[in-house]
Design a protein around this ligand. Structure first.
Ligand code: ATP
Ligand code: MG
Length: 600
């Protein structure tokens, strides 16, 4: 292990102390976690929105602040749990009046704003299905997903509607209603004013009986490896949202929690909306643009105690303040309320964890999960020591395994069976035992792909990992990304992490480039930190640095400088796009490509 273990800096608040990890896991059951939820009054079932809002609104916690909204103009408004119970009831009534009921799809194309919370949770109260989209999607990906999801209602803004939907409306016959948040509905034919409908609606709404198996959320995957898939989630996911927020994020009712994920991505829903509210915390809702200064300002002014973000955000902070110092920027903000940072979505380079400790004085906890898993599955627990570079250990109730791979890099399936690898530090495909409550119930309208995700009694994640002798999991790469070079299998993450340790490197993306001799050679695309120039000397130095760190078999043979690496909207480096561009291949589905990406 190249990095020393980082010992927990904050006293753990999670009851029971996870230092006794095995004991906690043995004592845990999903049925036991379910008991922590209230269920709908009168035994009428389990509804996510009731657990997130109404049960607090019916308790002494009703006047606690549920949302602290920081506007673009820096204004701050507060919404209590009681207020949120009212606005979500209003939206449920709006849907009911429009004839939208159980199972009908309501799609949001919104940034993070207070209305989003009313729409998401109001939709769930009405037992309709919420499907969030990234507001930065272009017209084609929006139309494609509206069609794939059979959307009956779209909630968006006038500007987004005009730019992204209006021109395609006649090709969306199933889309019955478009609700416009804010001004502008009057000038747009075929739309309704969200504000007008809301002010006419009653604040009283009784949630209909909801089965734990009723469909609740439809989430499109990030599209990192190909065409996005629509993962179906049900109300039972609430059990996993509750438990994972307790164990991995250590949320308590007096926490101020901020999740920077876009609401169009599964993290923005599961942990931007649902899970923290279930724990009665105050959620920071930030409508502004992101910059290091703004982030620090919000963390300090709002006294955020738990921050959930992504490696790409941490790398942005790292760009402004190298570990070698000076630390003026972060030190000029009061981050004393912050207990720890959690990160998800992409491999968290060990350098980022050590940077957090040295520069911010804070532990950074990696979490692993997927759209399909619906909730965090593997984590460096809030109450445990951290192993930098490791994703952590499975959450209580989650059974994970490493499966032997076949020729194609995925788990080898022979007569419907797979083989578990028990030897420590052996690479294989990460698999999870089906049965956790937030497990996706299939990809919408794609039964073949849904069936293919399972084999031999396991859900196959498509990610390659190794497990060390103590049971910690280490991310190797996506099965599709792994590079075969001169008989070696190379995970791009390992190469990217080594490059990140050089002070010149802000970020990198590593691919395999076909080579007649080696099969593939490792090529790295590198974004430089301010103050470094893309010269031949820099390139030579980085090549030599990587060779010293990784050895000649694994180190990149080529380095190209690229200040605009392609990212998905959820912040992941799109290696498949780097590769397609390098090889002059078709770019494939780039609907989730971040709009600000340069021409690279
Ligand atoms: P698609 O399935 O459409 O190709 P995607 O897999 O990127 O896109 P998501 O469900 O948003 O869509 O992302 C889940 C994936 O993100 C995981 O399978 C893994 O590859 C990566 N990931 C998430 N968290 C981590 C982490 N902590 N460390 C390493 N990789 C992670
Ligand atoms: Mg995926």
């Amino acid at each position: 292990m190249p990095w020393e273990t980082i010992h927990k800096a904050t006293p753990p608040r999670v009851p029971p102390n996870l230092d006794d990890y095995e004991k906690v896991c043995d004592a845990f059951s999903w049925t036991g976690a379910r008991v922590k939820l209230d269920g709908l009054p009168g035994g009428r079932g389990l509804n996510i929105a009731y657990e997130a809002v109404d049960r607090h609104a019916e308790s002494p916690h009703a006047t606690a602040v549920a949302l602290r909204c920081v506007g673009r103009d820096e204004s701050v408004t507060s919404v209590t749990y009681r207020d949120l119970a009212h606005t979500t009831a209003r939206f449920a009534n709006v849907l009911r009046t429009l004839g939208i009921g159980r199972g009908d799809r309501v799609v949001t194309l919104l940034g993070r704003c207070p209305e989003l919370y009313s729409v998401v949770l109001g939709t769930l109260k009405n037992t309709s299905v919420l499907c969030p989209l990234f507001s930065a999607f272009g017209p084609d990906p929006v139309a494609q997903r509206l069609r794939l999801s059979d959307a009956r209602v779209l909630v968006t803004t006038a500007e987004l509607y005009r730019r992204k939907v209006a021109g395609q409306r006649d090709r969306l016959p199933a889309l019955d209603h478009v609700l416009i948040v804010g001004d502008g509905a009057r000038d747009l034919t075929g739309t309704l004013s969200y504000d007008a409908l809301m002010s006419d609606a009653s604040t009283a709404f009784t949630i209909p009986p909801t089965s734990a198996d009723d469909m609740a959320l439809l989430h499109f995957t990030s599209g990192t490896t190909g065409t996005p898939k629509g993962a179906v989630h049900v109300h039972e996911a609430a059990v996993a949202h509750w438990a994972t927020a307790a164990y991995a994020l250590d949320l308590h009712a007096d926490d101020v929690f901020w999740c920077t994920a876009d609401p169009g991505w599964v993290t923005g829903m599961s942990y931007g909306v649902i899970a923290p509210l279930m724990h009665g915390v105050t959620v920071v809702v930030d409508e502004g643009d992101y910059s290091a200064r703004r982030w620090y300002r919000i963390l300090s002014e709002q006294k955020v105690s738990v921050w959930y973000t992504a490696p790409t955000a941490l790398r942005m902070l790292m760009k402004t303040t190298p570990r070698t110092g000076p630390y003026d920027l972060p030190r000029s903000y009061d981050l004393s309320a912050l207990r720890f940072i959690a990160s998800v979505g992409e491999p968290l380079n060990p350098e980022a964890v050590v940077w957090g400790r040295d520069v911010l004085g804070l532990p950074v906890h990696d979490n692993w999960w997927q759209t399909e898993t619906g909730a965090i599955m593997i984590a460096n627990f809030a109450a445990c020591d951290i192993r930098p570079g490791s994703m952590g250990r499975p959450l209580p109730g989650v059974e994970a395994a490493v499966l032997r791979r076949g020729e194609d890099g995925r788990a080898q399936i022979t007569d419907g069976r797979v083989a578990e690898l028990h030897e420590p530090d052996t690479e294989g495909e990460l698999a999870l035992r089906p049965g956790w409550p937030s497990m996706f119930r299939g990809y919408l309208n794609d039964p073949d792909r849904s069936v293919a995700a399972f084999a031999g009694g396991w859900y196959l994640t498509g990610d390659l990992v190794r497990r060390d002798a103590d049971g910690w999991y280490w991310f190797v790469g996506r099965a599709d990304d792994v590079i075969k070079s001169a008989g070696h299998l190379i995970g791009p993450f390992e190469v990217e992490s080594a490059l990140m340790e050089h002070p010149a490197v802000a970020e990198s993306g590593v691919i395999g480039r076909p080579d007649p001799v080696a099969g593939n050679i490792v090529k790295a695309f590198v974004t430089l930190r301010p103050g470094y120039d893309p010269t031949t000397e820099t390139r030579q130095e980085l090549l030599a640095f990587a060779r010293r760190r990784l050895g000649p078999a694994v180190a990149p043979r080529e380095i190209a400088f690229d200040q605009h690496l392609p990212h998905t909207r959820s912040g992941k480096v799109m290696r498949r796009l780097l590769r397609a561009r390098e090889l002059g291949l078709p770019e494939g589905d780039i609907s989730t490509l971040e709009a600000t990406e340069g021409s690279a």
